[in-house]
Design a protein around this ligand. Sequence first.
Ligand SMILES: O=C(O)c1cc(=O)[nH]c(=O)n1[C@@H]1O[C@H](COP(=O)(O)O)[C@@H](O)[C@H]1O
Length: 269
Amino acid sequence: MTRQELFSAIQRKRSFLCVGLDTDPSKIPGQLNGDVLAFNKAIIDATRDYCVAYKPNTAFYEALGLDGMRILKDTIDYIGKEHFIIADAKRGDIGNTSGYYASFAFHTLGADAITVAPYMGADSVQPFLNYPGKWAIVLALTSNPGSDDFQHGAVGDAAPLYARVMQRAQTWGSPEQLMFVCGATHPEKFAELRQLAPEHFFLVPGIGAQGGDLDAVCRHGMNAECGLLVNSSRGILYAAPDAGFAEAARAAAHELQQQMEAALKNYLP
Ligand SMILES: O=C(O)c1cc(=O)[nH]c(=O)n1[C@@H]1O[C@H](COP(=O)(O)O)[C@@H](O)[C@H]1O
């Protein structure tokens, strides 16, 4: 999916919601008997009107072994072509190896994008940028408490690591093929993050269960093509623990869509 197609979907849906498919078999309502694919299909059916993207986190499927790989692929096929699909795998290795991670995400799974850790530098990210129409989403400032350990630290007398990552990575890939992960738990940083990368999309996790600030993210982070994909996983998947889980997921997604519609009206330049 191209950037223009993504922005068109955002305008049509009046939403920049990404639903995270972090499906934990122990949290699936009893009547599904641990059937992860059935749960995912019910969540997708319940939320597809209100979101533009889905983000299966591959960890949850890898943990299920061979069955998990099948479920991941079937989930992606079930989502179809109308939504932007992010394989959240946070890969990155020497170039030769990254090429195979890219092949898995784009050929085997058929995802539009994969999350990538930039720690190993340009040649570790480049293989993810060799696929026309596909995207690398580079970790810049992550949402977790451990982001304090390295990402806020200055490198020599220069800018903090997240700023260096964003500046350097823009020389690797254009706004048509590279996004940045910027956590919603750092709302006070979004004006600066947007200044650092005016045109690139940001994938923004951390609202809901991690307590991030959606309005501040939108106020400071939106650009002329919206430039934001805001993810919620647990807040939607487990909105209700019982038979009403799909309706509750739909309501949770709808509520976020409405906040996003208001933000588009208020903040889209
Ligand atoms: O790359 C990610 O998506 C990601 C980056 C980050 O900084 N923080 C973060 O939470 N994530 C992912 O986003 C999802 C957040 O899930 P919830 O906190 O349940 O909404 C999980 O799949 C995380 O792995």
